[in-house]
Design a protein around this ligand. Structure first.
Ligand SMILES: Cc1ncc(COP(=O)(O)O)c(C=O)c1O
Length: 362
């Protein structure tokens, strides 16, 4: 083999980049805990414990796999238009909303441009910024994890192009208000409101898109529709922006299985929303049970997860003890969330197992 110093050929800012903090698959988690995979209680990915619609599973099974998908996503955009109440010209689908986040970076961020991140928040914005060679202006949320719009405005400089707002915010669970989004839109920068958990709270700023060309709303079918493994999300933005995204995306970005599953899921939305209601009810039950455990403080949440705060220094040890029992939650490396971890809302049985284990450990 001819060897060369391949690192010299890689774009300099990517040579030492750290991968996105990954989530291990259930088989690996099972091995780690020394249990069989069906015993794993996986509450680390904000996934839907009820899975996808059986109609989506059937639609995928009946989809011919040898034909490329429609690059202009006509059927999907029409169906999403009906679902959201928006004109299909305002909609574009991606391989998960993660792909759309990445496409927004390709569209707006050149080397040295900056994004604004309201910490703590979803890690993909910062990750994509690093991959794009962009800079990250960090604005800390206040003690209740609320955004201070004044702080955000103060952090904007000549390089800033994108402002990311996750609402509900992953991992803190709180919402940004429409008023806050409107104020941020006045900056003229592109404001990306990530509504991955919209169906769990029913609060949206999508209707502002028609009047604000600098607003992008992102949604996904990973959470409410249980399609995380298929990778399908969408964005709501001005038709002009949609066309720019179409011009730069890879032509067949959403595969035919994901397309079939999306169409079937939207038709089966009432049944899927019944599961969403179960999850919302379970979230409140879980919050009440968590509150009763000494030293445990659950933050109020509008998503399908709860951020839990522990007495100083205890989160790591409780996290490890849960993992040894086959219960996996999400921890964070940031200083601000050192005493916290995030728990996805599962089935009632999973909640009961989690609470029993936590009582025992604490
Ligand atoms: C706020 C937020 N945005 C986007 C995503 C990614 O969604 P998708 O699975 O559609 O890529 C997640 C996933 O956890 C999320 O929490």
């Amino acid at each position: 083999m001819i060897t060369t110093d391949i690192d010299k050929l890689i774009r300099p800012h990517l040579v030492d980049i750290k991968a996105y903090e990954p989530m291990d698959p259930p088989e690996l988690l099972a091995e780690q805990a020394g249990i069989s995979p069906d015993k794993v209680i996986k509450l680390n990915g904000n996934e839907n414990p009820y899975g996808g619609s059986p109609k989506a599973v059937e639609a995928v099974a009946n989809t011919p796999l040898h034909i490329y998908p429609d690059p202009l996503q006509r059927k999907m955009r029409r169906a999403l238009g009906d679902y959201t109440g928006m004109d299909p010209d305002y909609i574009i689908a991606g391989a998960g909303s993660d792909e759309l986040i990445d496409l927004l970076f390709r569209l707006f961020i050149s080397h040295g441009d900056a994004i604004l991140d309201c910490e703590p928040t979803f890690g993909m914005y910062g990750f994509c910024a690093r991959v794009a060679g962009g800079e990250i202006r960090l604005v800390q949320r206040d003690e209740l994890f609320e955004i201070d719009v004044g702080d955000v405005r103060d952090a904007i400089d000549s390089k800033t192009k994108l402002i990311f707002i996750s609402s509900p915010n992953n991992p803190t669970g709180n919402l940004a208000s429409e008023e806050q989004v409107r104020e941020l839109l006045e900056t003229g920068l592109v404001v990306v409101v990530d509504e991955a958990y919209f169906e769990f709270c029913n609060q949206t700023v999508a209707e502002l898109v028609e009047r604000h060309e600098n607003l992008v709303v992102l949604r996904t079918l990973s959470k409410w529709a249980g399609l995380a493994g298929l990778r399908i999300g969408y964005g709501i933005m001005s038709p002009r922006l949609v066309n720019h995204v179409i011009d730069i995306k890879s032509p067949y970005n959403v595969n035919v299985a994901a397309e079939a599953a999306l169409l079937a899921s939207l038709e089966d939305a009432p049944a899927l929303m019944a599961n969403v209601h179960l999850i919302v009810e379970e979230r409140e039950r879980m919050a009440t049970l968590l509150k009763d455990i000494p030293g445990v403080t659950p933050w109020p949440s509008h998503g399908n997860f709860i951020l839990c705060q522990f007495a100083p220094g205890r989160a790591g040890e409780i996290f490890d003890a849960l993992a040894r029992r086959g219960i996996f939650v999400r921890n964070f490396s940031s200083e601000r969330l050192r005493d916290c971890f995030r728990i996805a809302v599962g089935t009632p049985d999973q909640t009961d197992a989690l609470i029993a284990a936590m009582r025992d450990i604490v």
